[in-house]
Design a protein around this ligand. Sequence first.
Ligand code: NDP
Ligand code: GDR
Length: 342
Amino acid sequence: MTKRALITGITGQDGSYLAELLLNKGYEVHGLIRRASTFNTARIDHLYVDPHDPKAKLFLHYGDLSDGARLVTLLAEIKPDEVYNLAAQSHVRVSFDEPEHTGDTTGVGTIRLLEAVRMSGIETKFYQASSSEMFGATPPPQNEETPFYPRSPYGAAKVYSYWITKNYREAYGMFAVNGILFNHESPRRGETFVTRKITRAVAAIKAGKQDLLYMGNLDAVRDWGYAAEYVEGMWRMLQADEPDDFVLATGGNYTVRDFLQIAFEHAGLNWEDHVRFDERYLRPTEVDALVGDASKAQDKLGWKASVHTPELARIMVDADIQALKHAGGNWIDTVELSSWSN
Ligand code: NDP
Ligand code: GDR
């Protein structure tokens, strides 16, 4: 029997890698996409096959986590074996600008989806994209037992989603799990997250298209892993005998300054010649240090990260240098992006 999965957030970084993984495993994959005035499917275009083709295994459906009724009809129609809830307003800095919207999508959106599972009466396994941001101010190393102390509207919304997922597991016996993932990045990472902002700037500076990069807090410590490996961990959580919550992380410990140094050096550049401070990239409350302990995932799921931060930075720099070349050196938004976005 072909397994069927529904992915919310399929157009995002993780959604695209997860769709790839599941298609390779023979799944029929359904993705929820938001209607926009321009196409927002660039990360999954390479997977798309015309649905008239009998070999098509990827199907996209319009919908939104703010629209509960739509989620019910969609689940009743698709009847997935596995649901991966990856959709969210996922930018921490932006969550201070749009706290209510973030609460609605990143928090309440999860209960809309869980209720849709319950109301449609289907049997399915449920994965919730929980985050190390829930640990916030609690010092590292952080694992499944570490108390939460969120430091942003985003982190608080994710804590709500974490507990409501656990509650549906206990209240209704649902196979519902939280993957508590530490930062994971890739060449498909959104352009305004710090790693990608840096690697795109390195490519543009190397090509002579940009000179300065404006940044916020360089002292923040993060545990940056490779997204393509983390989606395998998500899938393994849903294949376990019992539903449970797991941390996925590399255990590495790097500052933003370390990442700058590694990325610029890989392109033969000195970061201090190009990086300037701009307070607009600071957060009202910062998460100083996130370093994960993923030993439970290693013991129970056999999952372990193999790509660590320095290698990841080099992969991303190489990919952005190539991408800029393919664009004929015309990344017209690069300068603007680094000056106004987060
Ligand atoms: P992205 O920001 O790249 O992708 C977010 C996805 O959510 C996009 O597909 C976006 O659609 C979709 N989305 C946003 N709002 C809605 C909505 N209201 N209804 C339906 N879809 C919506 O995130 P990542 O791929 O990096 O992360 C995936 C998930 O994992 C997120 O929930 C994130 O918070 C969480 N997470 C991420 C970590 C990381 O390091 N990457 C770490 C821990 C957790 P569109 O393309 O239309 O904008
Ligand atoms: P984060 O990722 O907040 O950890 O959330 P981000 O890359 O945005 O920030 C990481 C750290 O870098 C510092 N920083 C800057 N960040 C950005 N974006 N831009 C800058 O110019 C800049 N300068 C310094 C930040 O202050 C922060 O300390 C990500 C998201 O993917 C969440 O959805 C996910 O849940 C967590 O990772 C785990």
